[in-house]
Write a protein that binds this ligand. Structure first.
Ligand code: AMP
Ligand code: MN
Ligand code: MN
Ligand code: MN
Length: 249
């Protein structure tokens, strides 16, 4: 059982890398990639845990990309995590996350959240600060009922606590992973609220920029979406990937 997309506390996942590996092994996963948002910081701990469990491990990362003014996610797999080309690139995204966090904090404070930046930094600890961390504050302070409502009302584009920033260009993200010997995967192609025509444009741009693979099957896809992505993979000669996009039990 192969899972090439999963998160830990190094970004917006709820389990530490060790807890994630242990849970995956318990669930019967035999090959796992840890793919935290814009960081490779959890890979060393995950690899140690994987060795103890006797399952196979693949280096991973989920890179935030800006394409045509939209945010896309690209999973990088099986690259050299010591290579400075991906790590230098990711450092610029980590800096962008930090300055975005300060701006989102100001906005959620206007909604009644107290001391937002310090609290979100405390929750994120040694992980990247993500929008789901701000969702947790909105829930804790009784402003929202749950994560879905926090995104719907406040955190998604066009809402009052959204801050749009420029992530990595698509070609750059593909280049970082290729330079470090890895494979770039267009993540959850059905996760972007795109029309069919725009989804095709996205897949075309990804393939033209040198992308290697497309995620066919995630925890959120249905059979029809998997059929569409399979057809795209065949048409554009892309490899197929599979991953749960696990965030929390
Ligand atoms: P960020 O990269 O910090 O902007 O946060 C993106 C993460 O927020 C995604 O990886 C998802 O885990 C989560 N997310 C994005 N949109 C939604 C949504 N509409 N509802 C719930 N979670 C979401
Ligand atoms: Mn996430
Ligand atoms: Mn994603
Ligand atoms: Mn993900």
């Amino acid at each position: 059982m192969i899972d090439l997309h999963a998160h830990s506390t190094r970004s917006d996942g709820r389990l530490t890398p060790t807890e994630l590996v242990d849970r995956a092994a318990e669930a019967g996963v035999t090959t796992l990639a840890l793919t935290d948002h814009d960081t490779v910081d959890g890979l060393t701990e995950a690899r140690r845990a994987v060795d103890a469990q006797g399952i196979a491990f693949i280096n991973g990362v989920e890179i935030s990309v800006t394409w045509q003014g939209r945010t896309l996610h690209m999973v990088g797999l099986a690259f050299d995590a010591q290579d400075s080309r991906p790590t230098d690139g990711l450092a610029t995204l980590q800096q962008a996350r930090l300055s975005r966090a300060a701006r989102i904090a100001t906005k959620v404070e206007k909604l009644g959240v107290a001391n937002a930046l310090a609290r979100v930094q405390a929750i994120a600890g040694n992980g990247q600060i993500t929008r789901p961390h701000f969702a947790r504050l909105l829930i804790e302070d009784g402003i929202c009922r749950d994560n879905a409502q926090a995104f719907k009302r406040h955190l998604r584009p066009g809402r009052d606590a959204h801050v749009s920033i420029e992530w990595a260009p698509l070609e750059a993200a593909i280049g970082w992973i290729a330079d470090a010997g890895g494979i770039s995967v267009l993540a959850h192609p059905h996760g972007y609220r795109l029309t069919g025509a725009w989804r095709r444009r996205m897949v075309t741009a990804f393939a033209d920029a040198g992308g290697d693979a497309i995620e066919i099957c995630t925890g959120a896809t249905d059979a029809q979406q998997e059929a569409v992505s399979t057809a795209h993979a065949r048409e554009y000669d892309l490899l197929a990937s599979v991953g749960s996009d696990f965030h929390a039990p």
